[in-house]
Design a protein around this ligand. Structure first.
Ligand code: PEP
Length: 252
């Protein structure tokens, strides 16, 4: 059985002071009891990873861990500004987001680059969270499944069986930060399409891989989304900035 996983993506937000109160508030809430068998993480900006790792360590909850929001496709060398997977591992990360739509759109990241980043993460012992998702235009023209399954196919062609050690996040671009959440059924249909496509490659991979939903998840829609059979949790942007909202989603 796949565990439910809820991961906060802080994006370009945070400060030393607000991070400290966030982690303390979330730890305090989680210490009061969380549903069994779930896993949680926060993906903080690079400069705050050490601070967050220390704060998470202090509350010593085995089910709360740390992640980063991006990683280099290279392991070392003349790549100014890049951060390697080994560095993230050394800083205590368990997860790293790759191919978020904001990076695909604003930094022209391709599926090839995303799979190279995922491979770096896997080689360093991190779990890559591979983001896929269609734009509003692609959905409005009925091409959403073709687009998303195309993204998945290009990951399968490179990562093969190693996909079993990844997470996939289905994040429709039209739902990210817009308040327009995909209905639970729309999200479930895409998650099922992704799983069926993975099953054509390898049934074991398909049944093991966690597929998270991301896009305007809030405390009031998380219960319905997480109840769907192929939705294994969420990648939470805006709502993860408020510790009480994040806790409510983790409990959903
Ligand atoms: C995200 O950026 O991964 C995301 C899902 O954002 P939001 O929850 O704000 O839509």
């Amino acid at each position: 059985m796949r565990p439910l996983i809820v991961i906060g993506n802080w994006k370009l937000n945070g400060s030393l002071a607000s991070n400290e109160s966030w982690v303390k508030a979330v730890c305090k809430g989680m210490e009061q009891g969380m549903p069994a068998g779930r896993m949680f993480a926060l993906c903080a900006p690079f400069p705050y990873l050490s601070q967050c790792e220390q704060l998470i360590k202090e509350c010593s909850l085995a089910f709360l861990s740390l992640g980063a929001q991006d990683v280099s496709a290279h392991n070392s060398g003349a790549f100014t500004g890049e951060v390697s997977a080994a560095m993230l591992k050394e800083l205590g990360c368990k997860y790293v987001i790759v191919g978020h739509s904001e990076r695909r759109q604003m930094h022209q990241e391709t599926d090839e680059l995303v799979s190279a980043k995922a491979l770096q993460a896997l080689d360093a012992g991190l779990t890559p969270i591979i983001c896929v998702g269609e734009s509003a235009d692609e959905r409005n023209s009925g091409r959403e499944t073709e687009v998303v399954c195309g993204q998945i196919a290009r990951q399968v062609s490179v990562l093969q069986d190693r996909l079993a050690d990844c997470l996939i996040a289905y994040e429709p671009i039209w739902a990210i930060g817009t308040g327009k959440v995909a209905s639970a059924q729309v999200a479930q249909d895409m998650h099922k399409a992704i799983r069926l496509q993975l099953a054509e490659f390898n049934e074991d991979v398909a049944s093991h891989v966690g597929i998270l939903y991301g896009g305007s998840v809030k405390p009031d829609n998380a219960v319905e989304l997480f109840a769907m059979p192929d939705i294994d949790g969420g990648l939470i942007g805006g709502a993860s900035l408020n510790p009480q909202d994040f806790l409510a989603i983790c409990q959903a």
